[in-house]
Design a protein around this ligand. Structure first.
Ligand SMILES: Nc1ncnc2c1ncn2[C@@H]1O[C@H](COP(=O)(O)OP(=O)(O)OP(=O)(O)O)[C@@H](O)[C@H]1O
Length: 495
């Protein structure tokens, strides 16, 4: 009997504390109604997207608290296409900004920061035509200043920043920086972080936490987040984005086959033919054509869809010799051994999901990857069109894209049978697009504290109701039991 009374008292105590904590959490639920917003314009080489983020007004420091509210894609391509009102992209930018005006409550407009970050497309323009790149940024900044939001500037991110912000986004969304308990206030040290693999149109980034010595200090970033120090390895390869690799591949084939008029392309599907102006191939700082050419000359291209030949040619765009460090990925760039889990996004995701769809299997090893790529590269253009009518715009390039993915991940970064399964190919996490932009806004808006903070994760209303119900039942049951025990004892005493 004594044990039962003790248990009932403990249950009474636990349910009382539980209800007390849940009442504190009620404030969190109310707080959700009061939201803050932030806008990031991601001006890439192939596209510009606007992301609106939101978070409860009464808290902003916990990981996973800021989430994506909505996104809008600016029609017309990368940032350079909407300067000077070209290609209708300027009006599309206006449409996106109008959408932001509608979606964000008026009372929040002035408090909403707007950031514009341009990536590798602008880094390239800045190399080839620095004046034009300055003008583009100035013009877009002027446009953004006309809105009632708090415009915070338009800048070109360095490759290192793009990699690091992508890593921050991944780990923020995976809630790796902080550990919540149900009680919530007492934090255990951060968990193992995940690496970030980003394949853009003009550059590609690899970023991960490492305990090994980073032999080239250009690859090193030290971050202090939530009271913990992180040593990050990050490397951005300019001209290794998907679009630039496709152009470099064309230039290589022109050189090898010795013709500016017609070439065969082992990465284009059999049955595909096309003609392009030479200017569209060579007008990029990623290609240094040694001999003169006529920009208006037209090049005929015929696809042959040959996996081995495509792999051979794509591999020639990488240099796997001449490493002056203990270990390199490619092009003489230092890279420590990869460790832990990785999230691969952007064109890594698009390509991987097409491969799985085309091969009809999940890809869990480098061998599966090779098999799936062979399936894609062996498909004729007609076959592809019949099977994937919705993907028309990308069908020509999937064989080359897949081989780029393979060479980068396996031959370049060194993923193998053991580490490959640790890559998760994702477009979104927690309904938020994975890319550098969330990490950028969090960092620039001081939403990522360097030191530990007390954070209580908001309970979802359903979970909150269920917990209140369970604790109430426990409370009533323990009171009932104690009363009955008291009554019985009182009766015994009377008699
Ligand atoms: N559904 C799709 N299937 C295949 N490829 C796609 C798809 N959508 C976009 N892409 C391509 O994926 C590549 C990467 O796109 P992303 O928008 O991430 O690059 P970006 O931000 O413009 O590039 P960068 O960061 O290098 O400036 C681009 O070449 C784009 O054309």
């Amino acid at each position: 009997m004594q044990l039962q009374i003790c248990t009932a008292i403990a249950a009474l105590f636990i349910s009382f504390i539980g209800i007390l904590l849940l009442v504190i959490n009620t404030e969190d639920i109310k707080g959700q109604a009061q939201l803050m917003y932030g806008i990031v314009l991601d001006a890439g080489s192939s596209h510009t997207s606007m992301f609106i983020y939101k978070w409860p007004a009464d808290k902003q420091n916990g990981t996973g608290i800021v989430s994506q509210h909505s996104e809008c894609h600016v029609k017309g391509g990368g940032i350079s296409s909407y300067a000077g009102n070209r290609g209708g992209a300027a009006s599309s930018l206006e449409e996106c900004m109008e959408k932001a005006m509608q979606e964000i409550p008026k009372s929040r407009h002035k408090l909403t920061p707007v950031y514009l970050g341009a990536t590798a497309g602008m880094r390239l323009l800045n190399i080839s035509k620095p004046k034009e790149s300055d003008e583009v940024l100035k013009e877009v900044a002027e446009k953004l200043k006309t809105y009632p939001f708090s415009f915070k500037g338009a800048t070109i991110l360095s490759g290192q920043e793009e990699g690091a912000y992508g890593w921050v986004t991944v780990n923020y969304l995976l809630e790796k920086f902080i550990t919540y308990g149900f009680v919530g206030q007492w934090l255990s040290p951060g968990k193992d972080t995940a690496g970030a693999l980003d394949l853009g149109g003009a550059s590609t980034q690899i970023t991960f936490e490492t305990k090994q010595t980073v032999e080239n200090k250009d690859n090193l970033m030290q971050l202090r987040l939530y009271g913990r120090d992180y040593q990050i390895y990050t490397q951005s390869f300019l001209c290794y984005g998907r679009d630039q690799v496709l152009l470099r591949l064309l230039a290589l084939l022109i050189k090898i086959q010795g013709s500016d008029r017609s070439i065969v392309h082992p990465c284009y599907p059999a049955g595909y033919s096309d003609s392009v102006k030479l200017s569209s191939v060579f007008d990029t700082p990623c290609i240094k054509r040694q001999t003169p050419y006529k920009p208006d000359d037209v090049l005929q291209i015929k696809g042959t869809g040959n996996y081995d030949q495509c792999l051979g040619n794509v591999s020639r765009l990488f240099s796997f010799n001449n490493c002056s460090y203990s270990r390199c990925s490619f092009d003489g760039v230092f890279q420590p051994n990869i460790t832990g889990n990785f999230m691969a996004f952007s064109a890594f995701f698009y390509t991987h999901s097409f491969l799985e769809k085309a091969a009809g299997t999940t890809i869990t090893s480098p061998a599966d990857l090779e098999d799936a790529i062979c399936v894609v590269c062996n498909m004729s253009f007609q076959e592809m069109q019949n099977k994937f009518p919705d993907e028309e715009n990308h069908l020509r390039d999937y064989c080359a894209d897949s081989i780029l993915l393979q060479v980068l991940l396996i031959n370049g970064y060194g993923f193998n049978d053991l580490s490959f399964p640790h890559i998760s190919f994702r477009e979104k996490a927690e309904d938020t697009s994975v890319g550098w932009s969330l990490g950028y806004m969090l960092s620039l808006s001081n939403l990522l504290p360097a030191e530990n903070v007390l954070v209580r994760k908001t309970l979802l209303p359903d979970a909150w109701r269920a917990a209140v119900f369970l604790f109430s039942v426990l409370l009533i049951a323990s009171i009932f039991f104690l009363l009955r025990t008291y009554q019985k004892n009182a009766t015994k005493l009377c008699c």
